[in-house]
Design a protein. Structure first.
Length: 927
């Protein structure tokens, strides 16, 4: 069932980000109420959409890159619905909690980031496209980094460590997505997961399943990637409550559940998830028992609970998947309530240390009740929802289709982890008892307690009133495994193996609580293992050092070091390809006298270039060779290319002149060894390019794209100039990329020159007497100024002429901009002094305007189909399209780049002003 509601849900969530940013600036922390209301409304809208759906699953699709089969696809099935409700529901509670937790002041960035996290998670669970799934996955990675580092300097390293671990998982997911799309032939998630590939090619299934599992392990803090989660506890309590209950860690769980459709029951998937999950569950629970900071204890408990979820998903049966889905909801409720309860205690008592807290049941009775209910749910006590979810997971382990020995080992590990969970849950309640503190904390405000009460109360209500969630849980499980049985969320199932496991947990857990002092002494007898954070930090530092050593190979201003490796590498690749394709001369090889004359001129230029000792001579020789190439292009009928070559050569000479007056006249002496290396590399590159040229020119076929361009350009674009149509119509996205690179080159040049400055002007060897006419910059520039007065207007008209005719004849925005730039060069050179050159306008603004205009044109095309798709119409006999505006963007950006070069390279701050100004000629200062 295609519906436009799903994109509206995402758009509304994104709009809330803007509301949060602006509202936080003006309404302060109170904007949290508006965000909570907005997320709550989205929660209700999602439920209403599901309740009113027909037999078909709601979905939506918008074409993105149709030639590649990519589209922005959204889908709301049972699993997406469940996670969307968790994301929106817990998000609303956390936003309401923030209002009283945060200090008075502006919190726009904080609210905006937290809301964007909700948007990213909502997009992740609704995505029905592999690429879109990965994009939203990366959104959560970047946003978590920004949220953690918001606490200041102490959050910098934890944020970096979190980003490194989860970023590595993103790379693993990218590899999995790429392989999946390649192997199945589609990026649509539902189609890819339903592909027969997974049963036909077990090796591919194992590889992709491993990559998906690794990505989920990093995001869901599974051993050995768990270090980032406790480390992230430096973030504020609302961030911890949201990330660890409903958002970031649940992204990995969602990924595993979603891909279980394809991988459930496969050996690699099962072994990997069950082993890592149970190991993490026991290890995380053991570390939680050693912690005295309540927030840190909860962090390790999250690691442990996520391990249980991963292992249960790994079992892969219908019972196990139902248990995992139930525990997703239960964990979101009790963990968000626990984090917010700890925040209440910290907010009032000023500490989270178990050893410093006592008697809270008297001073903070409401908080004590809520903390007790949430901890009891985490421990799995009836009649709470945590008991229901634990029973459901135990049922999955007990019914696993493995050998009895393996089932027994899994049951023992699960019971051990759950017993430790019981123990650390009870340990959290120790601050409620004992004598009152010297300075008893006060109870938190009712508005701050309310979100905690809703989360903790949800665990009670859903535990007792099981029909409320039965349909949602069943639909979610069947979205993964269509044959899954209906969820049974009742408290009593009779005498079952799961009940026996639960009783064992209570007995062992109670013994651990009763003998907690002995347990603590035993734990103290063992040396504390090296912290995972320290290991991660060591790995990061080692990677940075290795990267620095590798970078030292090219960390130099010498172009030789930067150009030689890629030149040699590409030459070898080109030579190998040409050799494999066979070298042969084209049928109509070079026979015309003009060809031989130009080739001889270029060859002489190459020889003279090798022997040149002067920079001026080198620029002159290379320029002559460039002009010879332009003549060759004209003779071959490539007028557009010839014009471009000619104009670029002219502008290059002008820019080089500005540089040469600051550089030594001759090159410095170079060692013979380096010369031999450079000569060898040059010969290799020349031979390789000869081979490639012979292969390309000797080919007797025209590509399908070439045939289409020649045959249908007039029909598709209304243009007669195929070259220009390729640049601004067919391959406009390539041109757009080059345009952005061009703009960045201008910006980078400006930054580099303004930060480091220019070399001083080289002293002139000429001695000009002060009374000589040549010493006067006004007098000696008279000829150029006259030429400028005569030629300048012609260049402007010629530039516009080339621009307008480019759709039908040789020309276009790039060539027109080069002609206009030649006019700028003439104006600059004709000025009596570089400080009074008449060049108006901001170069950076021209570059920015050009790129911005091209981007707007692209977005207009996206609205009707694809980015940069031209939209045109006919006026009389002329075809006009948005490609013309795109060409204007190219025109502006190129002029801006040349203007930036003239201003930045041609400025001499020490230059003396001219002694007099010529009558009738107005000069104006630069920028």
């Amino acid at each position: 069932m295609s519906t436009s509601i799903l994109p509206l849900l995402l758009a509304a969530a994104l709009a809330l980000v803007v509301v949060a940013w602006l509202g936080g600036r003006f309404a302060g922390r109170a904007i949290g109420w508006a965000i909570a209301t907005g997320l709550g409304s989205l929660f209700a809208a999602t439920v209403a959409l599901w309740a009113t759906k027909t037999a078909e699953t709601p979905d939506a699709s918008q074409s993105w890159l149709p030639t590649l089969g990519l589209a922005l696809r959204l889908r709301l099935d049972g699993l997406s619905l469940l996670f969307a409700l968790v994301v929106l529901g817990i998000g609303a509670l956390v936003m309401a909690y923030c209002v009283n937790y945060l200090p008075p002041g502006r919190h726009g960035p904080f609210y905006a980031l937290l809301t964007f996290f909700a948007f990213a998670m909502l997009g992740l669970v609704l995505a029905d496209d592999l690429i879109l799934l990965w994009v939203f996955w990366e959104f959560t990675t970047v946003t978590s980094f920004l949220l953690i580092q918001q606490v200041g300097p102490k959050g910098r390293r934890p944020a970096i460590r979190t980003f490194v671990v989860t970023g590595a998982g993103g790379l693993s997911l990218l590899a999995a997505v790429t392989l999946t799309a390649t192997a199945t032939g589609t990026t649509r998630l539902t189609d890819a997961l339903a592909s027969p590939l997974w049963t036909q090619r077990p090796a591919t299934t194992a590889l992709i399943g491993t990559l998906v599992a690794l990505a989920a392990f990093t995001k869901s803090a599974q051993f050995p990637f768990h270090a980032w989660l406790p480390d992230a506890m430096v973030a504020s309590t609302p961030v911890s409550a949201y990330l660890h209950a409903a958002a970031m860690v649940k992204a990995g769980i969602y990924l595993l559940l979603r891909f279980s459709t394809a991988f459930a029951g496969t050996p690699t998937w099962t072994i990997l998830l069950v082993t890592v999950g149970l190991l993490t569950a026991v290890y995380g629970a053991t570390l939680a028992l050693r912690r005295h900071d309540l927030k840190e204890l909860l962090a390790y408990s999250t690691v442990s609970q996520l391990g249980f979820l991963v292992a249960t998903i790994g079992v892969g049966t219908g019972y196990a998947l139902v248990g995992a889905v139930v525990h997703v909801v239960a964990h979101a409720l009790f963990k968000s309530a626990l984090f917010m309860s700890v925040g209440l205690i910290d907010h009032s008592a000023g500490t989270r240390d178990l050893r410093r807290l006592s008697g809270l049941r008297r001073s903070m009775p409401a908080t004590a009740v809520l903390l007790s209910v949430a901890a009891a749910s985490m421990a799995g006590l009836p009649p709470l929802f945590g008991f229901v979810s634990k029973e459901a997971m135990f049922k999955g382990f007990a019914a696993a289709p493995w050998a009895s020995g393996l089932v027994g080992a899994a049951i023992v590990a699960a019971v051990a982890g759950a017993s430790l969970t019981f123990a650390y849950s009870a340990r959290m309640l120790l601050p409620l008892f004992g004598p009152p503190m010297d300075a008893p904390p006060h109870e938190a405000p009712a508005a701050m307690i309310a979100p905690v009460a809703v989360a903790a109360g949800g665990g009670v209500v859903f535990g007792v009133a099981d029909p409320l969630l039965t349909t949602f849980i069943t639909d979610a499980a069947r979205a993964i495994a269509p044959t899954a049985s209906e969820a049974d969320l009742s408290l009593w199932h009779g005498l079952t193996p799961a009940l026996g496991m639960t009783l064992a947990v209570y007995v062992v857990g109670a013994l651990l609580v009763i003998g907690r002092r002995r347990v603590e002494s035993v734990q103290g007898a063992f040396p504390t293992p090296r912290r995972a954070v320290d290991v991660l930090e060591a790995l990061i530092s080692s990677s940075v050092r290795a990267g620095r050593r590798l970078g030292d190979l090219t960390r130099s201003d010498a172009l030789f070091r930067h150009l030689l490796p890629p030149l040699v590498a590409f030459s070898i690749i080109g030579l190998a390809g040409a050799t494999a394709s066979g070298w042969r001369l084209p049928a109509d090889s070079t026979t015309r006298p003009l060809d031989w004359a130009m080739l001889a001129l270029i060859a002489i230029g190459v020889v003279l270039t090798l022997r040149a000792r002067s920079r001026v001579a080198l620029v002159t020789i290379v320029g002559v060779a460039g002009f010879a190439m332009a003549v060759l292009f004209v003779s071959l009928g490539a007028t557009d290319v010839a014009l471009t070559q000619l104009l670029v050569e002219i502008l290059t000479v002008v820019v080089m002149v500005l540089l040469l007056v600051r550089l030594p006249t001759s090159f410095h002496v170079v060692r013979r060894r380096r010369l031999r290396v450079a000569l060898s590399a040059g010969v290799l590159a020349g031979v390789a390019m000869l081979g490639v040229a012979l292969v390309v020119v000797g080919a007797d076929f025209l590509s399908d794209a070439g045939r289409t361009y020649l045959a249908r350009t007039k029909e598709l674009t209304g243009a007669s100039n195929v070259v220009n149509s390729i640049l601004v119509d067919f391959r406009a996205f390539d041109t757009f990329g080059e345009l952005v690179v061009l703009g960045m080159a201008g910006v980078a040049t400006a930054v580099a020159l303004q930060s480091r400055g220019l070399l001083p002007l080289r002293p002139s060897p000429l001695v000009v007497p002060d009374d000589s006419p040549a010493a006067d910059p006004v007098a000696n520039g008279l000829v150029l100024r006259v030429i400028e007065r005569l030629v300048g207007p012609l260049l402007v008209v010629l530039s516009l002429w080339f621009f307008v005719r480019g759709h039908y004849y040789p020309g276009g925005g790039f060539i027109a901009a080069l002609v206009a730039s030649a006019g700028l060069c003439l104006i600059f050179l004709a000025a009596p002094d570089d400080r009074v050159a008449r060049l108006r306008g901001s170069a950076m603004r021209l570059i920015g305007a050009g790129i911005a205009l091209a981007t707007v044109v692209g977005l207009v095309g996206l609205a009707v189909g694809s980015f940069l798709r031209p939209i045109g119409t006919k006026v009389a006999d002329f075809s006009i399209s948005t490609a013309l505006l795109f060409d204007v963007g190219v025109y502006l950006a190129v002029i801006g780049l040349v203007l930036a070069a003239l201003r930045l390279l041609g400025t001499d701050s020490d230059a003396r002003p001219p002694r007099r100004r010529p009558t009738g000629i107005t000069v104006k200062g630069g920028e």
